[in-house]
Design a protein around this ligand. Structure first.
Ligand SMILES: [Zn+2]
Length: 76
């Protein structure tokens, strides 16, 4: 799979895990920083776009699992 653009509501599986043990985050807000909520503990973080793009392993969109080679996050 090639390049994928992130959308709000996507569930991202990251390479690094949160201290609570979960690797999955739900995208809440797109911008220069991306707002995401931990699926397990509900913790909210803002992460710089370029940093997040490198850290994404999988994307779950409406039940479909996407495994991108590269992830692009667009700012509107
Ligand atoms: Zn967590």
């Amino acid at each position: 799979m090639g390049i994928i653009k992130i959308e709000v509501e996507d569930i991202l599986t990251l390479k690094k895990s949160h201290p609570c043990g979960s690797r999955q985050w739900k995208v809440i807000r797109l911008g220069t920083d991306i707002g995401m909520k931990c699926i397990k503990c509900g913790h909210f973080v803002m992460i710089p776009r370029h940093k997040l793009e490198k850290n994404i392993r999988e994307i779950n969109r409406k039940g479909c699992l996407l495994k991108p080679v590269e992830v692009i996050i667009e700012v509107e």
